[in-house]
Design a protein around this ligand. Structure first.
Ligand SMILES: Cc1cc2nc3c(=O)[nH]c(=O)nc-3n(C[C@H](O)[C@H](O)[C@H](O)COP(=O)(O)O)c2cc1C
Length: 199
């Protein structure tokens, strides 16, 4: 299988980036083809420009960085997106990637306000991180908001079959090394659970 991993975190040595590396290493060991799109390191521009709102085919084509990102998704059987929850949402750079790359005509069509996902047939995995304990997020309604707005409104709406949303809660700066290592093993397990050894 072809995997595209999109990751959003400014620090290379963050827990989030460690998750992305462990998950990618596991896919590699399982014999899958995988590529990581590290949004901060490639300096992805998250700002959608006015001309990108014109309908495709209206004598304009999407900018080169968007076309390249869309090619990456087109070539992938599985998209895995790894990010910390910031204000219970995505880091702005990832939100901008969604705004620009999941464009009308590529990720969805809409008619009379009814959206049809164009990426059906592809699978997605979400891996997120929060400082707050998950039970607290569930109690406040925040976790439901995450699921409705991110899992469903973005990824399922675009047609992806969401295989799993794996979440790591209580990830704080003083996270004991042993706990961090257990978490990294859970990310590796997630890869093994869904994607058996390629022959
Ligand atoms: C700008 C910002 C906003 C955040 N907002 C939240 C939040 O709304 N809820 C939460 O539980 N954690 C929040 N966090 C904590 C992160 O989700 C995460 O736990 C933390 O960044 C640890 O992961 P890392 O080491 O990979 O950065 C926030 C962190 C930052 C920097």
């Amino acid at each position: 299988m072809n995997h595209l991993i999109v990751v959003a975190h400014p620090s290379v040595d963050s827990f989030t980036m460690g998750l992305a590396r462990s998950y990618a290493d596991e896919l590699q060991e399982l014999g899958h083809r995988q590529q990581t799109c590290d949004l901060y390191r490639i300096g992805f521009d998250p700002v959608l420009a006015a001309q990108e709102l014109s309908p495709i085919g209206d004598g304009h084509s999407a900018p080169a960085d968007v076309l390249k990102a869309q090619d990456g998704i087109r070539a992938a059987d599985v998209l895995t997106v790894i990010y910390p929850l910031w204000w219970l949402s995505m880091p702005a750079i990832l939100k901008g990637y969604i705004d620009r790359v999941f464009a009308r005509g590529f990720a969805y069509q809409s008619h009379n306000g009814v959206v049809r996902g164009l990426l059906a047939g592809k699978k997605a995995v979400l891996i997120t991180v929060s400082g707050a304990p998950l039970p607290l997020l569930v109690k406040s309604g925040g976790w439901n908001a995450v699921q409705v707005l991110q899992d469903t409104h973005v990824f399922r709406s675009a047609g992806f079959e969401l295989l799993e949303h794996l979440h790591f809660d209580e990830v704080v700066p003083q996270l004991p090394k042993a706990v961090a290592e257990q978490h990294l093993e859970r990310a590796r397990c997630c890869a093994r659970r869904h994607f058996p050894q390629a022959s």
